[in-house]
Design a protein around this ligand. Structure first.
Ligand code: HSE
Length: 310
């Protein structure tokens, strides 16, 4: 096999209480990448479609940075190189794991072209290097679900320990992406460096509650646990109409609603498709009645993660 086309989905990181440790994959939006083997060694980005201004230099592009980390970890180095054509369908600065989709798709594709020297879970640490290039911080809460699908928990970063969580298949997500950009690096910078013990207690109680609620299919428990006292209170100030959007989701029957990743996208989880659709329509109405363009998406949880599409 000399060429491959891979899709890696967009993701919702943090999932309210799980700052930097929890995430899930979304269906229908994500990045596509065509990777070709070349006789000449080295990595080359030949084209980036769907987004302007991203670097094509291999030492700066998140896809090639991630692939270089994979190649560095091989004991036997391949004598050929790789070319990358990237089609971005997740906008940068959206909070939907744009850089993670590209780096996950790239390492997944190259691993396949090399005959799967690494397991999908092992690819997480390489894709994280793309996140380091994008935001300065190698977090895994977007790349893990983009690669593996479903809900994931980063139990530990050192050593890296990613857990694939059980979850009820009837969960649907509504996402609204107001058309303003919030850089992950800025959104990280504004966070408080220290939290009070009483807040830490609430947060880890909710993380445990969310994991248990997902495993048991206990929607009430999932809803009670979708609470973030660490990042949301500060970050929500960067997102226009956040409180109105969140309140509307809860009034319409969503289980919970919070910021997707570092924002500005906002997600709500619902236990059926019709509620998720009503919630997303309301999200759209709130932004359009305030003259802010916004894209909305409704999807089940993407169970597959990265996949070969050609
Ligand atoms: N956990 C990261 C953050 C996700 O909240 O900054 C970035 O998408």
């Amino acid at each position: 096999m000399n060429s491959i086309k891979v899709f890696a989905p967009a993701t919702v990181a943090n999932v309210a209480c799980g700052f930097d440790v929890m995430g899930f994959a979304v269906e229908g939006i994500g990045d596509e990448i065509i990777v070709k083997k070349t006789n000449a060694p080295g990595l080359r980005v030949t084209a980036i479609h769907g987004c302007e201004g991203l670097p094509t230099e291999p030492e700066k592009n998140v896809a090639t940075v991630a692939v270089q980390a994979l190649l560095n970890a091989l004991t036997e180095k391949p004598d050929q190189g790789f070319e990358f054509e990237i089609t971005k369908k997740v906008s940068g600065g959206s909070g939907l794991g744009s850089s993670a989709s590209s780096s996950s798709a790239a390492v997944y594709a190259v691993n396949k072209l090399l005959g799967d020297p690494f397991s999908d879970k092992e690819l997480v640490r390489f894709a994280m290097e793309g996140e380091r290039a994008a935001s300065g911080l190698p977090h895994a809460d977007n790349v893990a679900p983009s690669l593996l699908g479903g809900f994931t928990l980063v139990r530990s970063y050192d050593p890296l320990d990613v857990i694939e969580l059980d979850y009820p298949k009837e969960l649907y997500v509504s996402v609204v992406h107001p058309q303003i950009e919030v850089k992950t690096s800025d959104s990280k910078r504004i966070l408080r460096r220290q939290i009070e013990l009483k807040d830490a207690i609430k947060q880890w109680g909710n993380v445990g509650g969310l994991v248990a609620g997902l495993a048991k299919g206990d929607y009430e428990l999932i809803g009670r646990s979708l609470v973030d006292v660490v990042a949301e209170p500060t970050r929500s100030m960067l997102i226009p109409l956040f409180s109105e959007v969140k309140n509307s989701a809860m009034e319409l029957g969503a289980l919970g609603c919070s910021i997707s990743g570092s924002g500005p996208s906002i997600f709500a989880l619902s236990k059926d498709l019709s509620t998720a659709e009503i919630v997303s329509q309301k999200f759209k109405e709130i932004y359009s009645s305030n003259d802010i363009d916004a894209n909305v998406y409704v999807s089940p949880i993407n169970a597959k993660g990265a996949e070969v599409i050609e």
